[in-house]
Ligand binder design. Structure first.
Ligand SMILES: Cc1cc2nc3c(=O)[nH]c(=O)nc-3n(C[C@H](O)[C@H](O)[C@H](O)COP(=O)(O)OP(=O)(O)OC[C@H]3O[C@@H](n4cnc5c(N)ncnc54)[C@H](O)[C@@H]3O)c2cc1C
Length: 380
């Protein structure tokens, strides 16, 4: 049996892909149910190509919104640049999909064999023997497997058990997220990100009548919101043109999530014998490129495609070798994009926006093609 720790997008896809190859899998999830927090996600064509191998693109599209374009604007709403998702459809199939995290988890979990998911099963420690891995759970029980996939997120216990403590890096900015019962103000199939000075505001449709928004601001780490986060956000983003204030005003304060944006400095190793890390546990990145879950999904399918029960450690090392450079590229690019996106100096922001406006569409398209082109392995 292969044990997966964590039922986020990475762990669920790894489990689905391993089961597709006929392996027995258990997913240990610390929470009492599938986590619904995390608002919305954008799934890009590289992740969708992997999900197509699991026949999951249609149900995911049905549970979310297929996006045709993305626009970057300044705080006044003037255009800075655009991404033609739909124009690249002939090459990549489904363009990007906006979806609630809860809806994605639901679709993924529904494809698992009955009894795969174990809730209230937090991993506390890991011991490796010659022929197996023993996983100690927080409730004092032990699970034994041939291999352990640590898909337990940025603060991974599995990683800590096999590699020691690694502190995430604080990016310098915090992100608030919310879901609001409003159709997307920029049209039903278009996402928008607005760049201010030291702050950004984005809106992504996740259903015909629901919009997911995110807002970033440069702050010291560890801040907490007062009783009325919406009032504080409306004051912070007062300089942003409509519909930002309307979107915030329509959001129930209790629906606001706040997270300091952190990532992991690239790790040299993702595996230790029969234990492999996957998704945020291996390569948490800042959300600036919308690729964290997409990369976790790529990990899951690649890992499953190379897993060899006659050589768990060797095949897990092969998985890490295939995935590390690409994931690292997104960690680095996301970090740099976030730094630039959070500039405060007025002149620097004006230069940034002008350079982005002048960037030829063909160059933007070439970058997207590079990011989205993945080889989809066979799951046989
Ligand atoms: C503001 C923001 C916006 C983002 N937007 C996007 C986007 O648009 N597109 C995109 O692709 N990515 C996006 N991301 C990144 C994305 O959310 C993560 O990269 C993705 O969720 C990682 O998936 P994962 O399965 O590796 O880990 P997680 O989603 O973190 O899941 C880990 C799971 O492990 C469980 N767990 C934790 N500890 C234990 C334990 N000890 N034992 C058992 N289970 C445990 C957790 O409860 C959780 O269910 C965004 C992130 C942020 C912060």
């Amino acid at each position: 049996m292969i044990v997966v720790a964590g039922a986020g997008p990475g762990g669920l896809v790894a489990a689905l892909a391993l089961q597709r190859r006929g392996f027995e899998v258990t997913v240990l999830e610390r929470s009492p149910e599938l986590r619904t927090a995390g608002a919305g996600l954008l799934l890009q064509p590289n992740a969708l190509a992997m999900l197509r191998a699991l026949d999951l693109v249609d149900p995911i599209a049905a549970a979310g919104i297929v996006m045709e374009s993305a626009a970057v604007q300044d705080a006044s709403g003037a255009s800075i640049s655009g991404m033609p998702f739909a124009a690249l459809t002939p090459r990549f199939g489904a363009p990007a999909i906006g979806i609630l995290r809860a809806s994605l988890s639901g679709v993924l979990a529904a494809g698992l064999a009955p009894g795969t998911l174990r809730f209230d099963a937090g991993v506390a420690g890991v011991r490796q023997g010659d022929a197996h891995v023993e996983i100690d759970l927080e409730d004092g029980t032990t699970v034994t497997g041939a291999a352990l996939i640590g898909a337990d997120g940025i603060h991974s216990r599995v990683r800590a058990a096999v590699m020691g403590a690694i502190e995430p890096r604080y990016s310098g900015y915090t992100c608030w997220r919310g879901i609001v019962g409003l159709p997307h103000p920029a049209g039903p199939r278009r996402m928008v990100e607005r760049w201010g000075r030291g702050n950004r505001f984005g809106m992504v449709p996740v259903s015909d009548a629901t919009t997911y928004w995110f807002a970033t601001a440069n702050t010291a780490p560890g801040g907490i919101d007062g009783d009325d986060p919406i009032a504080e956000l409306r004051a912070r983003f007062a300089g942003f043109a409509a519909p930002v204030d309307d979107v915030l005003a329509a959001t129930p304060p209790e629906a606001v999530l706040r997270n300091d944006i952190v990532d992991l400095a690239p790790l040299d190793r993702w595996t230790d014998g029969r234990v492999a890390l996957l998704g945020d546990a291996a390569h948490a990145m800042t959300p600036n490129m919308g690729q964290g879950a997409c990369q976790a999904i790529e990990d899951g399918v690649v890992l499953a495609s190379v897993y060899d029960p006659s050589d768990p450690a060797g095949s897990l090392a092969t998985y890490a070798g295939r995935r590390r450079d690409r994931a690292r590229m997104f960690v680095d690019r996301s970090w740099s994009a976030g730094r630039m996106g959070q500039w405060e100096n007025g002149l620097a922001c004006a230069v940034r926006n002008t350079l982005a406006r002048w960037t030829p569409g063909a160059l933007v398209e070439r970058m997207l093609v590079e990011q989205w082109s993945v080889e989809v392995p066979e799951l046989r």
